[in-house]
Design a protein around this ligand. Structure first.
Ligand code: FAD
Length: 406
């Protein structure tokens, strides 16, 4: 039984089915309806830098002031956030940062190939663009400050080009002349509708013999080795359970005695009509938002809002970035009636949890993919299926066990 049908659960269900298991994919809303629906759709090769970087403590006062566009916090969430915050500070030591970066680099380097296999198998190749993504800088000092990142990209063999203002005019002629330069991360792809891609993957799972059930998971129970998944409407028996409920994995597992220092970093999106769109996703670094060309229009996604997963939406950042987007690109009216809200499930070391639970047999975990879950969904599915079947995983999974937080 796979609990949670975001991109991580769907891909895990496919991989288990391919290895001969009978698989039920259970979700209260249906496949790819939550965070996996509305993200920026970047399948990134360059995003290998953990949030917990040396010197991050200097940014904390700014974040807590709620004056930054890229990060805000609901103050009533601070208590629940503190185990994660302490973990971030621990992981920001240079040696932890370096080993987390290495582990992230290895898993991230496998993302695009695994997506491509599923895109092909599910008939969703038309959503894929392989023209990279860009980080653009408005201020010369920000561009210069990216020198450290450029050194690390080179060190880890991640292909990129520095882009001057005139290069940019050729690459993205629709952008206004407000950027002094940027980085084009090659080898990175994006999709024009991540929710539709997730739905294609789920349809493929069903076409291959998998079962999707829509129901609300209330609790998991193990008796004499057998698992029962209690939902609002039924009690479903199975041999193995995989928890892949994104941000909602923490409350479920804490009820079973696990310590899960997961923070919810919420983010919003809004689509805008645009007569002359950009060709690839762009991160406007100094303005703190990402814009991606999507089937529904230009999708503008916001930075981080630390808040409880089910707290009411407060799309302040979306209102703040709209005038900044208009400085960069000629957009027209909004397409959506309401802002969309998603929940990034973030671990203190920026590494996902992929592996076996420590207190129960045949309980498997795949969550905590933070800002990179759309990219990492297919490789996570492959790894968890290899672990469940006892095969040797294609990469070392030791850095991803939940036991690292014990
Ligand atoms: C604004 C924004 C932009 C992003 N951009 C990118 C990007 O460009 N590239 C990238 O790689 N990543 C990006 N991400 C991150 C990525 O979207 C997430 O990491 C990823 O979607 C997480 O997938 P998931 O399957 O773990 O969780 P989810 O997609 O959240 O799925 C969890 C599932 O569990 C289900 N569930 C929860 N509770 C229950 C219950 N009690 N019973 C039954 N079902 C339940 C939910 O309905 C949901 O379907 C972005 C995220 C945001 C918010």
């Amino acid at each position: 039984m796979v609990c949670g049908a975001g991109i991580v659960g769907i891909c895990s269900a496919i991989q288990l089915l391919k290895r001969g298991y009978r698989v039920t994919l259970l979700d209260r809303r249906g496949p790819a309806q939550e965070t996996s629906y509305g993200n920026a759709g970047v399948i990134s090769r360059g995003s290998v830098f953990p949030e917990a970087a040396p010197g991050i403590w200097r940014k904390i006062p700014g974040y807590l002031s709620n004056r930054k566009i890229e990060a805000r916090v609901h103050y009533r969430y601070l208590k629940a956030l503190s185990p994660w915050g302490i973990g971030v500070l621990r992981n920001s030591k240079p040696e932890s940062y370096r080993s987390n970066l290495q582990a992230l680099n290895i898993i991230v380097s496998a993302c695009l190939d695994e997506h491509k296999k599923l895109l092909l198998a599910s008939g969703a190749q038309n959503y894929l663009r392989e023209n990279g993504w860009m980080k653009l800088f408005r201020r010369t000092n920000s561009f210069e400050a990216s020198a450290g990142e450029q050194r690390q990209l080179a060190e880890y063999g991640i292909p990129f080009d520095t882009v001057s203002a005139s290069d940019l005019r050729a690459l993205e002629p629709s952008l206004q002349d407000i950027f002094c330069g940027g980085l084009l991360i090659n080898n990175t792809a994006s999709v024009s509708d991540p929710g539709a891609v997730g739905q294609h993957y789920a349809d493929y799972f069903v076409a291959e013999g998998g079962t999707v059930v829509i129901d609300d998971i209330v609790r998991l129970q193990q008796q004499s080795g057998e698992w029962t998944v209690h939902t609002s409407n039924a009690s479903l028996q199975c041999d193995h359970v995989l928890v892949s409920m994104g941000a909602w994995s923490r409350p479920l597992l804490e009820g079973m005695g696990y310590r899960v220092p997961l923070a919810v970093e919420r983010g919003y999106h809004m689509h805008y009509q645009c007569d002359s769109p950009i060709n690839r996703p762009v991160y406007d670094v100094d303005a703190g938002y990402v814009m991606s060309p999507m089937r529904r229009g230009i999708r503008v996604t916001t930075g981080v809002e630390w808040a409880a997963e089910d707290a009411r939406p407060t799309p302040v950042q979306l209102r703040q970035v709209e005038p900044l987007v208009k400085q960069a690109l000629s957009i027209r009216q909004q397409v959506d009636n309401e802002p969309w809200l998603g929940r990034r499930p973030c671990m203190p070391d920026s590494l996902p949890v992929i592996g076996m639970a420590t207190r129960h047999s045949n309980l498997w975990l795949a969550f905590g993919h933070g800002h990179m879950g759309f990219s990492m969904g297919p490789i996570t599915g492959r790894l968890i299926a290899e672990m469940i079947t006892g095969a040797r995983p294609i990469i070392d999974t030791a850095p991803f066990g939940l036991a690292r937080f014990s």
